[in-house]
Design a protein around this ligand. Structure first.
Ligand code: NI
Length: 266
């Protein structure tokens, strides 16, 4: 039992739906950091791909740690040089038994590059891949709420469902995604003093449509804000969700765990 494990009690079941332990931020202590997260109560991890290379590392990690599953996909910021050959390679990677989703894929209009049309093209292409493989999608969407929603609708992505990861939009937008059958991914921002918008989303969204994530190494929750994030800090996110909803820590961890199992099938 780790220090954080002790703070929140034992017998927890926590599902980390979005982490990046392949990131270079863990190059010096990857195994320790993963074991610390397990000691804090995280029972299952989806390590999410963001490029062709990281997607392949996600699969390797899932074969090293039985608690790990993998998502393969290319992030909008990494899609500028994608080719059809990459799609064929992704499709082949997705045949691995530990691959449970296509992601992270989506739109990021915060930066000017790559061009929006290029982002849309590869987002749509990877949704098509997910549908043909019958795998859910893990969506990264920043400053692109309307376009993301419209593309998911037009491409009938609700046939496979998925997660709006690191949700940053309004409660009205959350409802629109939930009505389409998607889950809302809630991470460290919910613990921030200026995270009022996400707190409102958590208040309004039924617990059976929320999944928990860290997006580590980014976005560490309070009291670690600004430091390297790791899945070990997930209990702080769960505690905040429990406080907002006025339910117990155990209820949040149990319900969100079951949500992730329902979506990923394991
Ligand atoms: Ni991510």
């Amino acid at each position: 039992m780790s220090v954080i494990g002790r703070i929140f009690g034992d017998d927890k079941v926590i599902y980390e739906t979005h982490t990046h332990f392949d990131d270079k931020a863990f190059d010096n202590d990857r195994d320790d950091a993963i074991r610390q997260a397990m000691a804090a109560g995280v029972k299952r991890f989806v390590n999410v791909g963001s490029s062709m290379t990281s997607s392949s590392t996600c699969i390797s990690l899932s074969h090293t740690y039985p608690e790990f599953l993998a998502a393969v996909g290319v992030h909008p910021e990494e899609c500028a040089d994608l080719t059809e050959a990459d799609m064929t390679a992704l499709e082949a990677m997705a045949q691995d038994e530990n691959v449970v989703a296509i992601g992270e894929i989506g739109l990021d209009y915060y930066w000017d590059e790559p061009d929006r049309d290029i982002q849309k093209k590869w987002f749509i292409r990877q949704i098509g891949l997910a549908k043909s493989l019958k795998l859910p999608v893990i969506i990264h969407s920043r400053d692109a709420a309307e376009d993301t929603l419209n593309i998911l609708k037009d491409e009938k992505a609700s046939e496979v469902g998925g997660i709006l990861h690191c949700f940053s939009y309004s409660k009205e937008m959350a409802k629109a995604y939930v009505d389409m059958g998607f889950y809302i991914g809630v991470g460290g921002v919910v613990t921030f003093k200026n995270g009022r918008k996400l707190k409102e989303v958590v208040e309004e969204t039924p617990l059976d449509r929320i999944v928990t994530e860290t997006d580590s190494p980014y976005m560490a929750p309070v009291p670690y804000r600004g430091r390297r994030n790791t899945s070990e800090y997930l209990p702080f996110i769960i505690k905040e969700i429990a406080d907002i909803k006025g339910v117990s820590f155990e209820e949040v961890s149990k319900v969100t765990y079951d949500n992730a199992v329902r979506l990923f099938g394991k």
